[in-house]
Ligand binder design. Structure first.
Ligand code: FAD
Length: 501
């Protein structure tokens, strides 16, 4: 066993400060933590949409939803609205929540599949409170004791990533994390086993630690530049490899969802904050030139751009070993899947949770590192499959990019999951999946990839009764939506950023 008494976190972006705040909160005096970041290099400056898990991250630090929304000038996110993905003109919401109510132990969607075939059911989203609230740009915190499963929905945040990191930095430093602002110019490895011994800074200082957390972004200065861990490239399935990002002035009340619109060789995001809007165009350089991508972005934003669009290049995939020797890669240093489903920050969070549980006794060995790596791979692959699904199922015929994506071969694990759904109506849920049955259903339905079969149990229920049940659910959701405040009013009343209150 190798004891861990000291830790160096390299990087002060979202990954670095999330790791510093959470690990110090957890290990307290048992591990001495120093964070080294270079304000000269700066951070990537994007990453503003999250999934609901983030809330548990900051609850664990003793922060509340209102604290975080106010400090980060955030807004609430009930899901993602997809425009033009299935076909030009199509639109659907992937909500953070469930659809309908299961009946007699059978999941709701089986009943819906039967009734839809008979033209006796509305679209799936009409049975989801999350979707209905999002479509009407409404929001309130979910009831603590929901009166029925129909009232259940979950939510996440849109936030200013720099303000989120600032908030976490304060938390971490208050708890004893030391911060050094300097550039690492050299990494020294031990002769006998190749482990990292120390990092040398441009200030002349040399810092040693037992364990290093590489949060240095795409530079991956420890895990790749020093340890040459290698990278598994997934660009055969995820063709987008560039983005232009620009912030713009808000000209309308913020939606309670992230908006993503398909473009000829990729897609565009719109993330509303209290004080501005984040926009970006993610595209494939094989299918579109940079100048065109930049122009598409600028032509499709509402509100004046606040700066020149920034170009970001990336390679979808993951570091071959997340934990290599005495170095763990988190955040962009560990890998990147494009931001379509806002999964990067969530993967940082699960990585931190794994460090906390596997390093429980402040020591590690090869078995612990292997467990960390195996679960990280599974988690990344599950997310990858979910994102690839959005491209594979597209029905667009207007550009080479979308035709290519539809025809491309996909990972076997995804093929298997798609075939099982088509032949049984059941969505298999694997361990380490970040997205559960309702999320897969949202995408399957959004792209009209639906089975002709459903669970046999469904036929035991009288059709007229079923139709009445479905209508009652819709009516009860309509009433709940009518009683919920507008998202903008909710923010103004409960969580307006201090300078804006
Ligand atoms: P960075 O922010 O790049 O930080 C790296 C840190 O390392 C910096 O502090 C830098 O100064 C430091 N550093 C680097 N080299 C050195 C050195 N030599 N010496 C000292 N310090 C050094 N994620 C989401 O969850 N939701 C989203 O909506 C989302 N959108 C995205 C859109 C795009 C186009 C991209 C590319 C990513 C997006 N992400 C999103 C991912 C998200 O931005 C990152 O996961 C998150 O910001 C974490 O980044 P990081 O901390 O790993 O890296």
């Amino acid at each position: 066993m190798r004891a861990v008494k000291s830790m160096i976190i390299v990087g002060g972006g979202t990954a670095g400060w999330m790791a510093a705040a959470s690990l110090k909160h957890h290990f307290k005096e048992r591990i001495d933590i120093t964070l080294i970041e270079s304000s000269e290099i700066g951070t990537i400056g994007v990453g503003e949409a999250t999934i609901p898990a983030i809330r548990h991250f900051y609850y664990n630090l003793g922060l509340s939803d209102v604290d975080v929304i106010r400090a980060t000038r955030g807004t609430c996110k009930l899901g993602i609205q997809f425009h033009d993905w299935h076909k030009p003109g199509s639109r659907f919401v992937h909500p953070f929540g469930v659809y309908g109510q299961s009946l007699k132990g059978t999941e709701f969607h089986h009943y819906w599949l039967k009734m839809r075939r008979k033209n006796m059911a509305a679209e799936l989203g009409d049975y989801s409170l999350g979707v209905m609230l999002a479509k009407n740009s409404k929001f309130t915190f979910p009831a603590k004791n929901p009166p029925s499963s129909l009232s259940v929905f979950d939510w996440a945040l849109h936030f200013d990533a720099a303000l989120f990191a600032k908030m976490l930095r304060k938390h971490a430093e208050n708890n004893g994390v030391k911060r050094i602002d300097a550039k690492i110019i050299n990494v020294k490895r031990r002769d006998n086993d190749g482990y990292i011994e120390s990092v040398q800074l441009d200030s002349g200082l040399t810092c040693e630690a037992d364990l290093f957390i590489d949060c240095s972004g795409f530079n991956a200065i420890l895990s790749e530049q020093a340890l040459q861990t290698g990278y598994e490239d997934w660009s055969q399935w995820l063709l987008c490899d560039r983005a232009y990002a620009v912030q713009s002035k808000s000209v309308a009340p913020p939606n309670s969802f992230t908006d993503v619109t398909a473009r000829p060789a990729g897609w565009q995001w719109k993330i509303p904050l209290q004080h501005r809007v984040g926009n970006g165009h993610v595209f494939s350089s094989q299918f579109m030139r940079d100048e065109i991508a930049r122009e598409i972005l600028l032509n499709n934003i509402t509100g004046e751009p606040l700066h020149e669009p920034r170009k970001i290049m990336f390679k979808p995939g993951r570091r071959k070993l997340a934990w290599n020797k005495n170095c763990i890669a988190l955040g962009l240093a560990g890998g990147f899947l494009e931001p379509l489903e806002s999964t990067s920050i969530a993967l940082i969070q699960t990585g931190i949770e794994r460090i906390r549980s596997l390093l429980a006794a402040c020591q590690y060995n090869d078995t612990i590192a292997r467990e960390f790596n195996e679960t990280t791979v599974l988690e990344y692959e599950r997310v990858r499959d979910f994102v690839v699904l959005h491209y594979k199922l597209n029905g667009r015929d207007d550009s080479e990019f979308w035709r290519y994506c539809r025809a491309m071969s996909i990972p076997d694990s995804l093929q298997h999951k798609m075939e099982l759904f088509k032949s049984t109506g059941h969505v298999v849920n694997y361990r380490w999946e970040m997205f559960h049955v309702p999320s897969w259903l949202a995408i399957f339905e959004g792209f009209d990839y639906l089975p002709d079969v459903y669970d046999a149990q469904v036929d035991q229920l009288d059709e007229t009764m079923l139709a009445q049940n479905l209508e009652r659910m819709r009516e009860s959701l309509r009433m709940a939506v009518a009683d919920t405040p507008d998202h903008a009013d909710f923010i103004a009343q409960y969580c307006a950023a201090e300078e804006m209150a």
